[in-house]
Structures are given as C-alpha cells and as structure tokens.
Design a protein around this ligand. Structure first.
Ligand code: GDP
Length: 337
C-alpha cells in the first residue's frame, strides 16, 4: 500500500473510533498491540490523532490477588456506573500470561453481563516481552477508549506484585481489592502495593465471611494508619463490599467521586496527567534506545555477554552499561553528579 493510502486509512480508522464504532476501536487496539515495526509507525500516527479527543475519562486501576473477586466486582461496579449513564471500558493487564501462554484476564466470560452491555467495552491486554511494553500498549489502548467516548476506563491487573506500579502510573486512582482470610491479613500483600492504593476494599463482606471481612477491614485500617496520604488532600480509606450482593458498591462509587472532586478542584489530576505524559516520554525513549542498541550487531553481542556477566555477579551493571555504550562508539561520557 502506498504511504498516502496508508495515511488515509489511519485517518479513517481514527475517525471511526471517535465516532464510537466499536469494531474500529477493537481494530485500533489490535494495531496498537502489534509488535511489527510498520504497525508501530501506524499505531503512533493513530494514537497522535486520537490524543486530541482523549483525556476526558476517569482512569481507575483495580488490582488484587487471584480469586479476590476482581471480575465479579468490575462487573457489578461497571453495571452500577452504566446505570448512572456512564460508558465503561475495561482493559485487563496480565503480565503472567506470558508464562501461561494465554490471557487469564479480560476473558469476556468473566464479566458476562458487562460484556453484553452496549455501554461497556472489555479488552484483555496480551502478554508482552516487558512490563514496560505491556504498560505502553495499555496506555495507548486507554487513549483509544477515551477517544471512543468511554468516560470511565478501568485498568485491571492481577495482583502479583509486578504490574501494580505500572498500572498506578497509568491511572488517576488505584483501588486494591482484598478478601477476608485466616491469620495475618497483611500476609501476601506487599507493603509497597498497599502504599499505592488510594482505596482499599475488602470484598466478600457477606454471609459466613462477613465477620471475617469486617475484622480484616479493621486490621487493614490500623495498618493504613501508618501510611501517608497518597495525594494532597486524600488519605486512603478502607471500605467493605460484597461484589456478589452489590452491598457497598454505591458507597465505593461515592468515595471515588469525592476523590475525583478533591483532586480535580486543585488541579492535581491535570498535574498528574502531565507527569504521566513526561514519564511516558522517558520510557518510550528508553525503550527506543534499547531497541536501537539491540539492532546493532556489535552491541547485541556485547549486551548478551554482559547480561550474563552481570547476572553471574562478575560485573557491575554500571561498568557493563559503559562497555555497551563504548561498543557503540560512545566513549566520552558526560560527567555526572
Ligand atoms: P478474580 O480472580 O479476582 O477475578 O475473582 P472472581 O471474580 O473470579 O471471583 C473468585 C470467586 O470469588 C468466585 O467464585 C466468585 O463467585 C467469588 N466471589 C467474588 N465476589 C464475591 C463476594 O462478594 N462474596 C462472595 N461470597 N464471593 C465472591
């Protein structure tokens, strides 16, 4: 296809996404996810076009360990939002699917009612080679969803301690789902992950689990007392709900609305977005530089050898990085520090 034809095709795709065409949105995300070099160029052009229409959604990160009830919660919460006139997109990031060979998240059967609803769009983010790669594609998919008119975008990730930071960096608010259990309630959740949460929600506060859930919430609340505010004017809270019965869902929605009002009123969300965009630029630059380095045969050999040496503890990362740059002919380092 000629360059001009291609350009036109991307413009038409962007226009269809903005018009709310769901098939176009799915197609746009497929392009965004492609790792083919020519597709990357097309995707970059597409995202540039969509960016002008994006930025208007509330971006909510949701994480929690497997089995905590993420899909049940998102289905219930998403339907609640749709009932109030919102349009909800769900992007599921699953860094572990690289190992399992398929995405365990985002499977439409996990959220059957939401998947059938015209005001919802559900999409798994496939495995990538790097967490950075997954985050990059998710960020671009998020922009596409916003351009298509979804005013709430939920980014779901399985809480295994790898992807939370990346997701927290993509979103305006980060909700951590927890469940009642036996013994030390804090076990299994890394403190660093807890510190990212703007809202902690103990799910399964129902039936036989109710008392244990309330107890867990109290324990998390006590632990949280030791944490800092996540944003100016906002100290994280612990709430309880039952995704099964819907109890507590409206209260969680109200808390997120308060959070949004507080952050929106003093320009925090705008600053956050600007910060996220600068961060995005840096990570794109780093990824592109590493890609270029690996494409140079002299350097590729040095990287493979030095990765091995660094891994074995025979070289420090700093000296290895210097040798890689030297292999590229970049001998003169600017003085730092
Ligand atoms: P995910 O792996 O985090 O997505 O968890 P799922 O949403 O698939 O839920 C895991 C299991 O917990 C399922 O059997 C759900 O029916 C159950 N579950 C989810 N939410 C609740 C809840 O609020 N109360 C109770 N009792 N069970 C729940």
């Amino acid at each position: 296809m000629t360059t001009a034809g291609k350009k036109e095709r991307i413009e038409m795709l962007a226009a269809a996404v903005v018009a709310g065409d769901r098939r176009a949105l799915a197609q746009a995300i497929t392009l965004i996810e492609s790792t083919r070099a020519d597709h990357r160029d097309d995707a970059a052009r597409l995202v540039d076009l969509l960016l002008a229409q994006a930025g208007g959604s509330f971006r909510l990160g949701i994480s929690g360990p497997p089995g905590v009830g993420k899909s049940t919660f998102i289905e219930r919460f998403g339907l609640h939002l749709i009932g109030q006139g919102h349009r909800v997109a769900v992007l599921a990031v699953d860094p572990s699917s690289r190992v399992s060979g398929g995405s365990i998240l985002g499977d439409k059967t996990r959220m059957p009612e939401l998947a059938r609803n015209d005001a919802a769009f559900i999409r798994p983010s496939p495995a990538g080679d790097t967490l950075g790669g997954v985050a990059r594609r998710t960020r671009e998919a998020l922009i596409a969803c916003e351009a298509a008119g979804f005013d709430v975008v939920i980014v779901e990730t399985v809480g295994v301690g790898q992807s939370e930071t990346a997701v927290a960096e993509l979103t305006d608010a980060f909700l951590l789902l927890l469940q009642p259990g036996s013994g030390d309630e804090l076990q299994g959740i890394k403190r660093g992950v807890m510190e990212l949460a703007d809202l902690l929600v103990v799910n399964k506060t129902d039936g036989a689990l109710r008392a244990a859930a309330l107890q867990a919430a109290a324990e998390y609340g006590a632990a949280l007392g030791l944490l800092r505010p996540t944003r100016p004017g906002w100290t994280p809270a612990v709430m309880t709900c039952s995704a099964l019965t819907g109890e507590g869902i409206a209260e969680i929605r109200a808390a997120l609305e308060r959070y949004r009002t507080i952050l929106g009123s003093d320009g925090t969300i705008a600053r956050l977005r600007a910060e996220q965009n600068r961060h995005w630029l840096k990570s794109e630059l780093a990824d592109a530089l590493i890609e270029r380095l690996r494409a140079d045969p002299r350097v590729a050999e040095a990287i493979t050898r030095l990765e091995e040496e660094v891994g074995a503890g025979r070289r420090t990362p700093l000296s290895a990085a210097r040798e890689i740059l030297a292999a590229l002919g970049l001998k003169d380092w600017p003085e730092t520090g």
